[in-house]
Ligand binder design. Structure first.
Ligand code: CA2
Length: 144
């Protein structure tokens, strides 16, 4: 089983600023943690990060035939991107939406996601642990 971990804009800055919202771990730290978790689950991972909406759409489209599911932190595009929603919906790969912060405890504009309705589930608020929970949930669902 192969899972693609997709990260959106500014998440390449993790660990360098805004630790109150996003913690102190870098994206490389999260990648290492997920790689170790994947080994215990017996699954393979791929990683992709982009600050560009269309590149995220391309990565989701190109996952077809290569991956069995997607863990997606679309970052700010979560709240704005019809294009990413349409890509997730079109590829029909089970996708879990993930956020480091508890978006519902933050500004009102973060309370609405365009993605949740086309994902199989969503996890937020646990920092880097959100990714581990999302991965475990997705693998469990794919193993049913
Ligand atoms: O909590 C999350 O994971 C978010 O997806 C993060 C996005 C935000 O727009 C969403 O509402 C919730 C922002 C990612 C920005 O990441 C930064 C990391 C370090 C420094 C600055 C930004």
């Amino acid at each position: 089983m192969k899972i693609l971990i997709v990260n959106g804009p500014n998440l390449n800055l993790l660990g360098t600023r805004e630790p109150t919202h996003y913690g102190v771990q870098t994206l490389a730290d999260i990648q290492a943690m997920l790689t170790a978790e994947a080994a215990t689950l017996g699954v393979e991972l791929g990683f992709y990060q982009s600050n560009i909406e269309g590149e995220l759409v391309d990565a989701i489209q190109q996952a077809v035939g290569q991956y069995d599911g997607i863990v997606l932190n679309a970052a700010a595009y979560t709240h704005t991107s019809v294009a990413i929603r349409d890509a997730v919906s079109a590829v029909k790969l089970p996708t879990v939406e993930v956020h480091l912060s508890n978006v519902f405890a933050r500004e009102e504009f973060r309370h609405h996601s365009l993605l949740t309705a086309v994902c199989i589930g969503a996890i937020c608020g646990f920092g880097a642990e959100s990714y581990r929970l999302a991965l475990r949930g997705l693998v469990a669902k794919l193993s049913e």
